[in-house]
Write a protein that binds this ligand. Structure first.
Ligand code: 9MR
Length: 575
């Protein structure tokens, strides 16, 4: 199978920031440097130079050369890059490229909302749908959900939240990290010099029903999930009170397409887990400090839930979710919760200032370990870096030397991601052996570390690394395609989703603009990809087909990463 990858000159198909880095990659057998030309929309040569030969790139297996045209800074549209007789897809040079991506990537969450009708006037008629899983036939509903056999003998109202991905499941650990990232994108605006005080993330910046309520819309969106996460907590008086159920989903996997309101499957609560409980503790603690100025009662409710969850997790520290519980929904297994304990203790300490949490976080091995993995700085299963990043950025009373150590660890990790990025022909912070399920989220999360290092140090090399990461996502890659729906000349739009299943039913929409595909995955764990892509080089292990859930699904934890990065980049203006 040979995908059609178009012109051999690969660029960010959306564009480049005027004063930012401008890099492209050419696939060529030529051994020596080649001349390149940058052309305006009218075809005039506005800049020229020579490529840098790179040899064979391990991630793609391709023989490549790179182009650096950073010196050209004139804003405009419809530029192309010409090398080796090939013309790239067109792109812009503009300081406002990422503002709409910030809004689009956040808008994704409204489209994924469960338990509420989606208003076509807000996000387009194609996306309007009735509320899902409120108990209206044929749904059995999330309003009164029983536990799986033998798990508990009560029922819970766990309506609301976001559907995780292309399925209708709702999982506390993945909801946790996604909510963290939206809250963190907001919290960043309080400390980052480039964030303009957060006006761009204020009220009436998104098309959500809550716009105009004087609460920043990104917080309104996060609250939709927070309310669900709070509902997943085991009630007082029950065994394991204060823990959080790991997940709620259909008894059996359903087929595609399937609108949420048409899902007839029984919904079931799965056992509580320590990981889910600590995710609840961490994000509810974030909620308590960030909502305090807007809704004191809600902030207090979050604070109580966070503390209760933390106490329950300490009382039941080894209740693990396993791969065995993977029928009808994802397992989100985890048998090491050292990192979750650390993250939760950090968030609770940052919110309350209570010394007991400081004692706990200081005693955690995660506090001194190198927590930033080369493949992915953090993810739903490994969250220590979230605690580290927040200790580095959220104002706190750590002794100066300790704060310096924490911040230096973020910069050191960012330096390593830059080293990786420079070794890649396509300029991304991911080594060739790390293309796993959801690789795009790892790529972006590594760029979040770069962005945070820039916020902390003001050193432009980190910001440039984050910009280059966006280049990879938006077309500078072996497949010559953008992984963000509606963004770039050739973009992913057939992602695996029961709701946005246009590929299977022309009456249904594609995912909304701003939806990130999971990305290349050398594991090719779904039958469609396994059959089509056997033997693929890492960056080729992707197909924009709705059947390929292991390379091409949408997911809240991937879009939350994109939203953080897009917001960071939008704040850089013309860089
Ligand atoms: O993102 C998850 C990835 O890290 C795992 O390897 C994979 C298999 O367990 O599951 C992914 O998460 C999926 C979840 O299990 C169910 N909803 C869709 C998620 C995205 O594909």
């Amino acid at each position: 199978y040979e995908p059609d990858t178009g012109p051999r000159v690969r660029v960010n198909q959306v564009g480049y920031l005027p004063a930012g880095p401008k890099n492209a990659t050419v696939v060529t057998d030529a051994a020596d440097a080649l001349p390149w030309q940058l052309k305006s929309a009218a075809g005039a040569v506005v800049a020229s130079g020579e490529t840098s030969p790179r040899g064979v790139d391990p991630a793609s297996g391709q023989h490549t050369q790179t182009v650096d045209f950073s010196a050209y800074r004139t804003p405009g549209t419809g530029y192309t890059l010409v090398v080796d007789g090939e013309t790239s897809h067109p792109f812009d040079i503009s300081g406002t490229l990422y503002e709409k991506l910030r809004a689009d990537s956040l808008q994704f969450f409204y489209a994924q909302r469960s338990g509420t009708p989606i208003d076509g006037d807000l996000i387009g008629a194609a996306y309007a749908r009735p509320a899902g899983h409120l108990g209206v036939a044929p749904n059995q509903g999330d309003t009164d959900v029983p536990c799986q056999a033998g798990v508990c003998d009560y029922r819970l109202d766990v309506r609301g939240g976001w559907y995780d991905a292309g399925d209708h499941g709702k999982y506390v650990v993945n909801g946790g990290i996604a909510t963290y990232q939206l809250l963190n994108a907001f919290e960043r605006t309080k400390t980052a010099a480039t964030a303009g005080g957060g006006a761009a993330l204020g009220d009436a910046t998104l098309r959500v029903p809550e716009r105009g309520n004087k609460v920043p819309d990104i917080l309104d969106e996060a609250r939709w999930e927070l309310e669900f996460l709070l509902r997943m907590q085991v009630p007082a008086g029950q065994p394991l009170a204060g823990m959080a159920h790991h997940k709620i989903h259909d008894r059996n996997w359903t087929g595609l397409p399937l609108a949420p309101q048409d899902d007839p499957q029984p919904r079931e609560l799965h056992p509580p887990s320590t990981a889910a409980t600590l995710n609840l503790a961490a994000v509810a603690a974030q909620c308590a400090r960030l909502f305090a100025p807007y809704d004191a009662a809600f902030a207090a409710r979050c604070g109580t839930a966070a503390k209760t969850a933390y106490v329950a997790a300490k009382a039941h520290p080894t209740v693990y979710a396993t791969t065995a519980d993977g029928n009808g929904g994802g397992a989100y297994e985890d048998n090491n919760v050292t990192d979750e304990f650390y993250w939760a203790a950090v968030e609770l300490w940052l919110t309350t200032g209570n010394k007991a949490y400081l004692t706990d976080l200081s005693a955690s091995p995660a506090h001194t370990a190198d927590v930033f993995d080369a493949g992915g700085a953090f993810g739903w299963q490994s969250v220590a870096a979230l605690g580290r990043l927040d200790l580095a950025t959220v104002p706190n009373t750590l002794p100066a030397a300790e704060k310096t150590r924490i911040r230096a660890s973020v910069a050191a990790a960012a330096d390593r991601y830059l080293t990786t990025l420079r070794a890649q022909a396509y300029g991304l912070p991911l080594p060739a052996d790390a293309y796993v399920w959801g690789s795009n989220s790892n790529v972006v999360n590594n760029a979040v570390v770069l962005g945070t290092a820039f916020d902390l140090t003001g050193d432009a090399k980190y910001r440039d690394g984050a910009v280059q990461t966006a280049d990879y996502l938006l077309g500078r890659n072996a497949l010559n395609m953008s992984y963000v729906t509606g963004w770039g000349e050739q973009n992913a739009h057939n992602q695996h989703s029961r709701i946005f299943a246009h590929q299977l039913d022309p009456n249904l929409p594609n995912p909304p603009a701003g939806s990130l595909a999971g990305g290349p995955n050398s594991g090719i764990q779904d039958p469609y990809a396994a059959n089509l892509l056997a033997g693929c080089k890492p960056m080729f292990c992707y197909v924009d087909n709705i059947d390929s859930y292991s390379t091409n699904e949408i997911a809240i934890n991937w879009n939350s990463a994109l939203a953080w990065l897009a917001s960071f980049l939008a704040d850089q203006g013309d860089a």
